[in-house]
Write a protein that binds this ligand. Sequence first.
Ligand SMILES: *[C@@H]1O[C@H](CO)[C@@H](O)[C@H](O)[C@H]1NC(C)=O
Ligand SMILES: *[C@@H]1O[C@H](CO)[C@@H](O)[C@H](O)[C@H]1NC(C)=O
Ligand SMILES: *[C@@H]1O[C@H](CO)[C@@H](O)[C@H](O)[C@H]1NC(C)=O
Ligand SMILES: *[C@@H]1O[C@H](CO)[C@@H](O)[C@H](O)[C@H]1NC(C)=O
Length: 428
Amino acid sequence: MGVRNGMLYHILGLLSVLAFVYMSFGGLRFRFEEGSEVAFVQRNGTQFVVDGKAFYVNGWNSYWLMFQSVDVDSRHRVREMLKTGAKMGLTVCRTWGFNDGGYHALQTSPGRFDEQAFKQALDYVIAEAGQQGIRLLLSLVNNLEGLGGKPQYVKWAWQDGVGLSSSDDSFFFDPSIRSYFKNYIKTILTRKNTITGIEYRNDPTVFGWELINEPRCMSDPSGDTLQEWIEEMSAFVKLIDKNHLVTVGLEGFYGPHDPKSSTVNPGYWASQVGSDFIRNSKISNIDFTSVHIYGDQWSYKQEFEDQLKFVSKWMLSHIEDGDEVLHKPVLFSEYGLSQRIQNFSASDREKIHKTILDIIYKSAKRNKSGAGTLIWQFLVDGINEFSDEYGIVPGGNSSTYSLLVEQSCRLAKVKGWPQQDVKFKQVC
Ligand SMILES: *[C@@H]1O[C@H](CO)[C@@H](O)[C@H](O)[C@H]1NC(C)=O
Ligand SMILES: *[C@@H]1O[C@H](CO)[C@@H](O)[C@H](O)[C@H]1NC(C)=O
Ligand SMILES: *[C@@H]1O[C@H](CO)[C@@H](O)[C@H](O)[C@H]1NC(C)=O
Ligand SMILES: *[C@@H]1O[C@H](CO)[C@@H](O)[C@H](O)[C@H]1NC(C)=O
């Protein structure tokens, strides 16, 4: 994927000096308050690029953004979170772009959408992220139950009398459910933001689309069912939106026929969940890979030193795949060390985080495919109901805060991030 319209950006960049308002032009948006325009994130081989320059991701997960913006009383927390991220030099936030059948759901039943919820939830989150200079990686459905997900779609089909099976995995193979989901994709991609006036598919604030959070299709360990679903859905996204990058949302497990399944996977079980990192990521409409890092969740009896070793091996193996097999960027889209599973200390947590960030930094220095990380997960004070055993409030004095700021700055120094120059001068 080449870099689009470099010259056009250049000319319009000059024009931007004269303007102080938002405007939209052929779907490209330019933000002027910092004297800089926003371009789509694209891919050149194993690297993300913006305006032709390499772009490394240092960012975070806050899945809860929509669920706080939908109520006017709690909405300020969304701005607070995005502002904190921006202050730390973070560039991408991953969050849920779905709410199927839950509280203030976007999709209340198949093909029925709540306009008010859309306005107050997702429109606001995207508009606010744009204001703060943060890009969003939006996930389109959950493999798990949270806020709808696979089980909700299966229930809907059952209630409509069209469902083939009550198995949650029928989400992947039932034609009626596939068309429900495609209808959701189409609705989201063509949604015109009531605040910015920009269709989501034309908004460079969107970093990219993630098809599904952590897909597993246990009923078909051969992987064929999930593979077909990814092929169909990624092609469908690209049919409607050629601007944005697409990823799957995988945990990163090697499939049953991959030699690395026995040497790198956290256990035999990991090859039997119906996903296959290499095969799934090879699909031509998948622009970049996604990998999660949960050593302690996956192998909960390991000593801390073994956790550290696993993290390095797991990351280096996937980066090697990105460079040698897939020729695509590798984004570690979730990582964390549980505060519950093994009572590891705060300094252990910091060591894990540092190990992960160091690997990305080294990869970036060598132009390798390690494209970045998104920590799971950040919160602001007062939203305990969205916390979990990984939740961190990144206060100004916390070690996580300084570690991530350091990562932002050293990655920025590896390569110029042209559209972010102003920001990095302030942060670093
Ligand atoms: C992609 O990267 C290669 C190697 O760095 C460079 O030669 C090429 O010009 C880039 N392509 C585009 C379209 O930017
Ligand atoms: C967890 O570790 C802390 C010190 O690191 C200790 O004070 C506490 O008792 C431990 N809790 C459990 C449940 O082991
Ligand atoms: C990485 O790529 C840049 C151009 O984007 C080049 O200047 C630099 O020498 C490369 N570094 C290595 C270690 O290959
Ligand atoms: C940060 O630390 C300084 C001194 O070490 C202290 O004065 C300040 O209150 C702390 N701020 C926060 C937010 O904890």
